[in-house]
Design a protein around this ligand. Structure first.
Ligand code: XBP
Ligand code: MG
Length: 254
């Protein structure tokens, strides 16, 4: 079946947003609220097992803070903290500190030139997606993506496949007509469960994840002067960066 669309995860895939973006913003929200919750780099790596900021805060309290006495309106507190965290995160992006990962802009531009449709499937909030696209690509980059499936638009976040079903439904495409791009095991499980072939680009937090079943696992998408490393999944014949030609070969394979 011909390739019609690329569906991208955001955090960790389009950009390395977790350690110096989301994590920092969570901590700023905690300080502002007068809470002693602090997420260092290592702890945040463990907390990433749970997708979604609100879900992650609940998990932190349940799992790591038995000493914390939940107030009756704990859910309201979590929601308020998440709003504040989104404010801090989007302000951080506004400072331009978080660039796209290697090869991302090149692949997006190639897809646009060749009429391959683009979409997003993420657990983060819509505001965070548009802020990242605006600051890391261009003010009109959100319009490059035909569907942006984000955050609470589905009830169950990744590794549940719901966000991918949501995006496929709006694209009116079958999984075999699309390729997903992810950086984490939770993301891969979500895409796989929706029937999508998946390209993985790892990062420092996800390098040791289990990526069995991925079409290919790379360190990044690569650029002409900056070759990718294939970590597993597919014997690439001479290619040094990921483009639509290589994608076509992956699609034809298996
Ligand atoms: C990323 C996530 C998100 C972000 C924080 O998932 O798990 O929870 O860490 O985002 P994906 P919010 O890579 O699938 O986008 O705080 O906005 O939920
Ligand atoms: Mg991700």
């Amino acid at each position: 079946m011909a390739l019609e669309a690329l569906i991208f995860d955001v955090d960790g895939t389009l950009a390395d947003t977790e350690r110096d973006g989301h994590r920092v913003a969570f901590n700023q929200a905690f300080v502002e609220a007068g809470l002693d919750w602090r997420w260092d780099v290592a702890l945040y790596g463990e907390l990433l097992a749970v997708t979604g900021g609100k879900e992650r805060m609940r998990h932190y309290i349940d799992r790591y803070r038995p000493d914390y006495l939940k107030p009756a309106d704990f859910e309201t507190l979590v929601a308020r903290l998440h709003v504040a965290k989104t404010r801090h995160y989007t302000a951080l992006l506004g400072c331009g500190g978080i660039p796209l990962r290697p090869g991302v802009r090149r692949l997006l531009e190639e897809a646009r030139t060749r009429g391959v449709r683009l979409a997003i499937a993420t657990t983060t909030t819509p505001d965070n997606v548009t802020a990242l696209l605006h600051h890391a690509i261009s003010p009109e980059a959100a319009s490059w993506f035909e569907v942006i499936g984000a955050g609470d638009v589905v009830v169950a976040k990744k590794p549940a496949p719901d966000i991918y079903y949501y995006v496929l439904d709006r694209l009116r495409l079958a999984p075999a007509q699309c390729m997903a791009f992810e950086d984490s095991e939770n993301g891969l499980r979500a895409a796989q469960a929706a029937g999508l072939k998946t390209v993985i680009t790892v990062n420092a937090y996800t390098r040791a994840h289990d990526f069995r079943g991925a079409a290919i696992v790379l360190d990044h998408l690569g650029e002409s002067g900056r070759p990718f490393q294939v970590l597993s999944g597919y014997a690439v014949n001479g290619a040094t960066y990921f483009d639509l030609k290589l994608l076509g070969q992956l699609q034809a394979d298996a």
